[in-house]
Write a protein of this length. Structure first.
Length: 153
């Protein structure tokens, strides 16, 4: 049987919890790289095919923390071993390491990070080390999940 009070009660409950709950927005940004990865490089493209470089990555205009990353690869490499470093670069150029993570023959990584809250700046992905890479046509895609460190209105 339909009751108009049941819907009103549910709406009140949701509205109350929305006010109490987390008002900080979450965002996801993806970047891609192709070919052989090289140690100490920043090969991921964050828009229009332009690759990153040291202190030049994904610009973030608000305080934020990294919730996690997901990384996948398509390649013919049988035993790849790649170590990545996720960095925060402050507006003044100070580089902080957020986290490091590795990809092996599974070619898929999910890493929950829950980083500190960082001031506005940039997020960069650096290649720390590589071995077992031979595929010139390998493809890599990373998704970086961020949460604002402040309410955005």
């Amino acid at each position: 049987m339909y009751s108009p009070f049941a819907n009103a009660s549910r709406i009140s409950y949701l509205a109350r919890n929305a006010k109490i709950g987390d008002s900080r927005e979450c965002f996801c940004s993806t970047a891609e790289a192709e070919g052989l990865l090289v140690t100490d490089s920043y090969p991921f493209s964050l828009g229009s095919g332009s690759v990153s470089m040291e202190a030049f990555g994904l610009p973030i205009f608000f305080k934020s923390k990294v919730l996690g990353i997901a990384l996948s690869s398509v390649s013919s490499d049988e035993y790849p071993d790649i170590e990545f470093e996720l960095q925060h670069v402050s507006v003044s150029g100070v580089v902080s390491v957020i986290d490091t993570f590795s990809m092996d023959s599974n070619k898929f990584v999910i890493n929950s990070i829950q980083s500190l809250v960082y001031q506005p700046g940039q997020i960069c992905v650096k290649i720390k080390s590589v071995s077992g890479l031979t595929d010139d046509f390998a493809k890599y895609r990373i998704a970086i999940y961020l949460q604002s460190g402040e309410a955005i209105s």
